[in-house]
Write a protein that binds this ligand. Structure first.
Ligand SMILES: Nc1ncnc2c1ncn2[C@@H]1O[C@H](COP(=O)(O)OP(=O)(O)O)[C@@H](O)[C@H]1O
Ligand SMILES: [Mg+2]
Length: 253
């Protein structure tokens, strides 16, 4: 589904991605984890077609991304809800823009709000919703367009621990019910192991390690020793990276 080769992205003189190679299979999930500033969001936005690479290629379903693809859904870190529209209106927005008929919009929006457990909050404005509810609306807004590729940037990082687990469970359930290709960026080890069939560990501008996670898909995985084991493995790779960065800092100062 996604084939990335020799990808290089720059912001002015800063190289944000340098020689990225990554393949993600159709209808699989991939979690991208790494320290702040390592280039996770840049990689995701490049997949979304929002950032043009300096060199290299991003193929989505065999086609090079030159602009935003209609079938790609992106959930940004802020959620991006319009504050002056209700939950329901926010979810309907994309369908309206695509010229979908009124009755069908009503039906599809109700269905997705119901599925995500926020139908009762449909007439509230974003400021009247809790963090978890807002995140559900953002997810609904994207899912209602039935993307075949879903990109999520730190979808749960602004939430408290319990709400975060609820959202993670919800994402897993939605995925298992209707598998699509899912790429999610996170700085949480637990989230990466819970939601990633493949876990990609990034260091500055590059991919450091790719780990396959055979335990993915089990909602009760969090209490098992295998889960803990993979978390430790990911932590090990990240720790090395953090220690190297700290070492560099020490040498510089
Ligand atoms: N619009 C931008 N202009 C200039 N530099 C940027 C921009 N966005 C990100 N960067 C820089 O690129 C690097 C990678 O950023 P980002 O992809 O946001 O990292 P992450 O999501 O892993 O925290 C960082 O050093 C960041 O400062
Ligand atoms: Mg980011």
């Amino acid at each position: 589904m996604i084939n990335i080769s020799d990808l290089r992205v720059r912001y002015g003189r800063e190289t944000a991605l340098d020689g990225i190679q990554l393949n993600i299979q159709k209808n699989k999930t991939c979690a991208i984890i790494g320290p702040s500033g390592c280039g996770k969001t840049t990689l995701l936005y490049t997949m979304a077609g929002l950032i043009s690479p300096e060199s290299g290629k991003v193929l989505i379903a065999g086609e090079e991304t030159r602009s935003v693809r209609k079938e790609t859904g992106l959930i940004s870190q802020s959620g991006g809800l319009l504050p002056w529209k209700t939950a329901r209106e926010n979810v309907a927005l994309g369908l309206k823009a695509r010229g979908v008929g009124k009755e069908q919009i009503t039906r599809r929006v109700s269905m997705i709000l119901e599925e995500l457990g926020i139908l009762e909050h449909q007439h509230k404005y974003p400021s009247q919703l809790s963090g978890g509810q807002k995140q559900r609306v953002s997810i609904a807004r994207t899912l209602v367009l039935e993307p075949d590729l879903l990109l999520m940037d730190e979808a749960s990082s602004a939430l408290d621990a319990l709400t975060r687990e609820h959202i993670q469970n919800l994402i897993l359930r939605l995925y298992l019910k209707n598998p699509t290709t899912l790429v999610l960026v996170t700085h949480s080890i637990e989230e990466a192991v819970f939601l990633g069939q493949t876990i990609v560990i990034m260091e500055r501008a590059a991919i450091k390690q790719v780990i396959e996670n055979p335990y993915f898909g089990d909602e009760d995985i969090r209490s098992g020793p295998e889960y803990y084991h993979i978390c430790q493995e990911v932590r090990g790779w990240l720790k090395e990276e953090t220690e190297a960065a700290l070492g560099e800092g020490r040498r510089e100062s």
